[in-house]
Ligand binder design. Structure first.
Ligand SMILES: [Zn+2]
Length: 436
């Protein structure tokens, strides 16, 4: 057992439904077998457990581990390709790189870069958009397993409109997906995600195969893209007899409480109603939406329709792994929407980066905040002395204000330690070797 001592900020209840920031200075968290066994004033816990080792993290802040609900593993090396709309960016930046992952050694090195990026950013749980090659997806699972991250991922499938080396058939997609799920689903902290790239590049036959894998792999997850770009939406409608984008998945039974659809920048009211009715979640990826000029995310319409929303970095169209940056950009977008926007507090932003993602991934019983009974998935923020974030935190007027400064100024380099299930997996400041 370890007794962690620190200044803890978390959001056990959604601020969208009345929750608020929970702040606890000099908090004690007693962690046994990776689970938070007790929480309270440090001195009280210390008196009850005088012999347990103490890890004193009072300098800085202790937050729940970040949950990224949309991030592409094969795109870590193409982050920063600015100046293009979605379909051009795919053709010129993303897809040429994704084809390189056919080569197993290359894919393995990309997986290492990718997982290091997640860990450094304090992301402890992620729904990872995989690769088009089964061997590359194996590399992703291996890397996540080695680091002990909570990762849900799978084979990306497409059978049209992409470069030929990225295409598969419905039969092959089905059998390779099942093979991968047999190897990895339920191993440690790993789960399988059925992942058609988007219905633009996935025919009815591939979507049917996806539905078959969903039913043959109990507890598997579903993820894809939806309503990202107006041109893309028109192309999808043309391929599916004018169907709404959400319906192209829904007609195959792929929109469920275990579905996370990325973007949804341009939904119709009917699509929002479908998402809410099915209990599906949306991964909002604000830096990606801005970088590709996709649009301003209608958060208020999602919330009012009862659609669950969490955050995704959407690396590599998104501009980095840090969910602090995504939270800040989400805040900017709502400000820019004026009266149609939804004003967000720092507590909303923390919820979107933690509890909302845990909920979208069906992991809310285990992670998302630092309550008793949850896994100790946590990050320690420790800005360099004199850094603007350190100055801001030292002069914050309240815990909510301190958290606003974290979102305004925080970066991956402020993450001083990361724990998953009680195990420390990296220490940003002191950089443990990248490959354990
Ligand atoms: Zn994406």
């Amino acid at each position: 057992m370890t007794l962690f001592r620190g200044n803890v900020l978390d959001t056990p209840t959604s601020p969208f439904t009345g929750g608020s920031l929970r702040s606890h200075d000099d908090c004690g968290l007693l962690v046994r077998s990776g689970v938070i066994a007790a929480r309270g004033p440090f001195e009280v816990l210390r008196a009850e457990h005088p012999d347990e080792p103490v890890l004193d993290l009072r300098e800085g802040l202790l937050l729940p581990g970040m949950v990224d609900t949309h991030v592409h593993f094969p795109q870590v090396r193409v982050i920063g390709g600015l100046g293009l709309p979605l379909l051009d960016w795919l053709d010129r930046c993303a897809l040429p790189e994704e084809m390189r992952l056919a080569e197993a050694d290359y894919a393995r090195s990309v997986a290492r870069d990718f997982v290091a990026g997640l860990v450094d950013a304090g992301t402890t749980t992620a729904l990872v958009f995989g690769a088009h090659y089964a061997s590359a997806v194996d590399s992703m699972f291996e890397a996540a397993d080695q680091w002990g991250l909570r990762v849900t991922t799978g084979l990306v499938t497409s059978d049209r409109l992409l470069p030929e080396p990225l295409l598969t058939t419905a039969e092959r997609a089905h059998s390779e997906s099942l093979d991968l799920a047999t190897r990895w689903h339920g191993k440690g902290r790993l789960r399988y995600a059925v992942t058609p790239r988007f219905s633009l590049s996935a025919s009815e036959a591939v979507l049917e195969a996806c539905a078959a894998v969903m039913s043959e792999v109990p507890g598997s997850w579903f993820t894809s893209h939806v309503n990202e770009n107006v041109h893309e939406i028109r192309e999808v409608a043309a391929l599916f007899d004018g169907a709404a984008y959400v319906d192209t998945y829904d007609r195959f039974g792929l929109v469920t409480p275990r579905s996370v659809l990325a973007h949804d920048v341009h939904p119709t009211d009917a699509e929002l109603a479908t998402l809410a009715e099915r209990g599906a979640a949306v991964a909002h990826c604000p830096t990606s939406n801005a970088a590709l000029g996709s649009g301003l995310f209608p958060l208020r319409r999602h919330v009012e329709a009862g659609v669950r929303v969490a955050l995704g970095s959407d690396v590599g169209a998104g501009t980095g792994f840090s969910l602090f940056k995504e939270g800040l950009q989400a805040y900017f977008v709502q400000q820019l929407l004026g009266p149609a926007g939804m004003p967000l507090t720092s507590a909303h932003l923390l919820w979107l980066c933690t509890g909302a993602g845990a909920d979208a991934l069906g992991l809310a019983q285990d992670v998302g905040d630092l309550s008793v009974g949850k896994q100790f998935d946590a990050i320690w923020l420790l800005p360099e002395p004199g850094d603007p974030l350190a100055v801001g935190l030292a002069n914050a007027s309240s815990p909510d204000d301190a958290l606003s400064k974290v979102f305004a100024l925080g970066t991956s380099s402020d993450v001083g330690g990361v724990w998953v299930g009680g195990d420390q997996i990296a220490s940003g400041r002191w950089r443990l070797p990248l490959h354990p």
